[in-house]
Write a protein of this length. Structure first.
Length: 571
């Protein structure tokens, strides 16, 4: 169709799903209508892998005039699902920049309709109640080489199976006492087609329907029918569901869904990242095993954790665009995600100064009580842009790492007798080193060059190092949490042992610095405020911060230090 021509212009990597949608529209399939859906199960928090699916499904709908993307919760398992997870998923989708409008649905919205479909199948002799144990059913299903055995329930009359199904629905049978199965082909080479289970009994309170139901539909039964009920045109899912596609369409056949109006299931490769675990079960282990502080721990690949760490939705969307959509499983280097993040933060974050591991500097020739108010730009590349006043006084703090008493060659930072430039301020020289009883450096006594105000000496001598600093009298104290990758190996799941992956946790993934000092312009910073600490990296104010008690999370370093470690064979 003509209105797709401009939409199809795209410099990003291939997206075969979008290509198929365009082809369908050109053929007039579904009358040119496009309805996608994002169907998470509310049993945990979304992670970066879900972001790829969100961007794909909502992105396609946005690119088509009149397109629609439904947010539908696959809430068919009351034992694992919670309102907390529903609300967190909604927040994550909104944060990524997408809006479902009036198209918020739940599989539980269709429990009544699904039950009607099931009853109709029983009446038609196409489904029956199997009241054997789970183990008995498993043992008689057969395998690829051996056909399965037909269940006794197959021989019952529709009326008998209806009566049993009604008992299941009324709660007269215990959990596991019976299931409803569709009559498939017990000799099929596709084991999923051997009388697939449609309903099981669960005496558990549902987060939306309460105790109204004690039978719950299986995913394969609820999934396609929910798509059909909603009028979904393109049911996009990950590759692990490709083997479910025949059953998806088989069930649609059983309920009489017209070919022209039924959804088309399309599978794409899920996201896999190096140094990252994206298994929902493994993420649950990290949370419930207290290996992390919660679902929103900034080391977690959950969207809540990434948001708290300082990731931006723009960076995540750009990353998803760059990796493309294909049918081939692959592992994406996490450094590509980190590059997208640095690129976005570099363009948006103001530059400020902070000292994480402070060491005191006293300028003995600087007048006591005097304060310079230095006008410092938030972006050094835009000196005429927004700026702030940074106080400079006799007593300062610099980074402990920026001083060495006995430096090696090519150490151009501060040492006894050496000169350095203080950012925006002046040139200083170290004269004396003070220590405590244990030999730890506690203070550096320096002098400043009065003719170097602004940082440029009048005699033109070259100063090789420029250090950041804060005024001791004016700086605000802050707790700084230095977050790093949660795993220290590229493929945490490569081991054979059940819990071996936990041995790959990075013991240095979090370091807390309780006595950092930041420039006074940050005193009133609120949660979510992101900055670049000059020379140190990108940081964001954590929700734990309170008035007078600043807390910063390191989002990411300025450079990829892990690449250097790996190159040296230390990773």
């Amino acid at each position: 169709m003509s209105d797709d021509k401009d939409a199809k212009k795209d410099d990003s990597p291939g997206n075969f799903v979008w290509d198929l949608v365009c082809q369908d529209r050109e053929k007039g399939k579904h009358g040119g209508k496009v309805v996608t859906r994002f169907p998470p199960e509310p049993n945990g928090y979304l992670h970066i892998g879900h972001a790829k699916s969100i961007c794909l499904n909502f992105g396609i709908a946005q690119r088509v005039p009149g397109g629609q993307c439904n947010l539908r919760f696959d809430d068919t398992n009351p034992e694992t699902e919670e309102v907390e997870f529903v609300e967190s998923i909604k927040a994550d989708v909104r944060w990524l920049g997408f809006d479902w409008g009036d198209n918020l649905f739940f599989a539980s919205d269709y429990f009544g309709k699904l039950h009607e479909y099931a009853v109709a199948m029983i009446e038609a002799g196409a489904a029956y109640v199997d009241d054997r144990t789970t183990e008995e059913i498993r043992q008689t299903r057969g395998d690829f080489y051996k056909p399965g055995d037909e269940a006794p329930g197959r021989k019952r009359t529709p009326a008998e199976n209806l009566a049993l199904f009604e008992r299941m629905k009324k709660g007269e049978l215990a959990d596991g006492a019976a299931v409803l199965r569709a009559k498939g082909d017990m000799a099929s080479t596709d084991v999923k087609m051997r009388d697939p289970v449609m309903y099981r009994i669960r005496h558990a309170r549902h987060h939306r329907t309460g105790d109204a139901w004690c039978i719950y539909p299986m995913y394969d039964w609820a999934h396609g029918q929910s798509d059909y009920i909603e009028g979904v045109t393109h049911s996009v899912c990950t590759l692990e569901f490709v083997n479910h596609r025949p059953l998806y369409h088989w069930f649609l056949d059983r309920i009489g869904a017209p070919e022209a109006t039924r959804p088309q299931q399309i599978e794409f490769a899920r996201l896999n990242l190096t140094f990252t675990v994206l298994s929902k079960r493994k993420l649950q282990e990290l949370v419930y095993g207290k290996h992390v502080a919660g679902w929103d721990d900034p080391r977690m690949p959950t969207l809540a954790g990434m948001r708290r760490r300082g990731f931006t939705p723009e960076a995540i969307r750009a990353f998803c665009d760059r990796i493309g959509v294909s049918t081939k499983d692959s592992v994406v280097d996490v450094s590509l995600l980190e590059h997208a993040l640095r690129e976005d933060l570099n363009a948006r974050c103001p530059r400020v100064m902070a000292v994480l591991r402070p060491i005191k500097v006293t300028l003995e020739n600087f007048p006591e009580g005097e304060v310079w108010e230095i006008d410092a730009p938030y972006d050094p590349e835009k000196p005429d842009g927004p700026s702030r006043k940074v106080p400079f006084s006799r007593e300062l703090y610099i980074e402990a790492d920026d001083f060495m008493e006995n430096p090696p060659k090519k150490f151009f930072r501060l040492s006894p007798g050496a000169e350095v430039r203080l950012r925006y301020a002046c040139i200083i020289k170290c004269k004396e080193v003070k220590k405590d009883g244990a030999g730890n450096v506690t203070e550096l006594v320096c002098t400043y060059d009065p003719d170097s105000r602004g940082g440029t000496p009048k005699d033109g001598r070259k100063i090789k190092a420029t250090l950041h600093w804060v005024s001791a009298k004016h700086a605000a104290s802050a707790e700084v949490r230095l977050y790093d990758r949660l795993f220290r190996v590229e493929n945490p799941l490569s081991g054979e042992g059940k819990d071996e992956w936990l041995s790959h946790l990075n013991p240095s993934s979090l370091e807390v610095l309780a006595n950092a000092k930041v420039e006074p312009s940050l005193t009133g910073a609120i949660a979510g405020h992101a900055v670049q600490f000059e020379r140190l990296g990108y940081f964001v104010v954590d929700p734990d911060a309170k008035p007078g008690a600043l807390v910063f999370n390191r989002t990411i370093t300025l450079k990829d230090t892990w690449a250097n470690i790996a190159a040296k064979g230390e990773g």
